[in-house]
Design a protein around this ligand. Sequence first.
Ligand code: BGC
Length: 382
Amino acid sequence: MKNLKFAAVGAALALSLAACSGGGAGGETTDDASAPADDGVTTIGVAMPTQTSERWIADGAAVEKGLKDAGYEVNLQFGNDDIPTQQQQIDQMITQGVDLLIVASIDGTALANQLEAAAKKNIPVIAYDRLINGTDNVDFYVTFDNYNVGVQQATSLLVGLGLLAEDGKTAGTATGPFNVELFAGSLDDNNAKFFWDGAIDTLKPYMDKGTIVVKSGQTDIEKAATLRWLQETAQKRMEDLLTSTYSDGTKVDGVLSPYDGISRGIITALQNAGYGPGMDAGLPIVTGQDAEIASVKLINDGVQFATIFKDTRKLAAQAVTAAQSFLDGGTPEANDTETYDNGNKIVPSYLLESDIVYAGNIQKLLIDSGYWSEAQVASGQA
Ligand code: BGC
């Protein structure tokens, strides 16, 4: 731990700074009993939620590389989607004396104790992609415009159904009514509600008119949620929906899915029930998120309809920039200081934009930008 003091991240911190003899930005302190001894090395703890989804592996690798390139040591850990594991990993990082934490939480409400310990040691905390709730001790948030991701997911569904034209703005030629089922993410992830709200606000006018019918009646986020975003959980729910609601021969026309893993579970359930090429009913329009390679191939093959591309390279770069600001004694630049209320405070945030991926723009968005190669898209393997 290089025991850097970072400045201007809140009144509490300012007070603790004032209490440090000689403790200006970047200054060394000798009177802070809770801080480990200065070893001249600046180490950053990076806690990622899981390796079951390729986006988090890519995020971890990109953050680690960016930080190392900037001259920092990195302690990168994945939490295996298990809350106690992630808590323990963060506890250890703090004990080992990291200078800053970057955390993509599993459960956004389960880290208050860890972050309190971090605050006591003046360790700045950056929430990565997912907000950490119920604590004062989160200093900055780097993420995408999560509400707009939900808007984009619903927009891609409407385009696929033909209710919107390909530009996603003007009316399409289809009239419906269409049977649509709704899936949400994991309720302990703050993002899930933002995706859902963006999507439902966009679909609501069509639901109110009866152009879109949620035949199961499951229109509450609690009913639609998928704990830990698990593919098999989504597959099971889709199977149950097909049995409970569509065994009379009516067909599903579209499924709102908030994440590619969930989309693949939904598609498997549909295929097992006889949807697909050469069957009475083609596959419904299924949305997604993350541009995972397996789903990009499915989009290329006309199986999944769309996904949302969030360029994790840009998010990682933003996290590194924010970390540097804190460690240099400054405050990272926010572009949103209103949206992300974590229950204790509004966390200053930097939001990035996302794009809808359809079969027709895979080349431009994903291949030309170097995110995936043509061969990866063709094989579906990273
Ligand atoms: C992320 C999404 C991801 C989901 C499941 C969310 O917090 O923002 O990009 O699809 O978690 O991993």
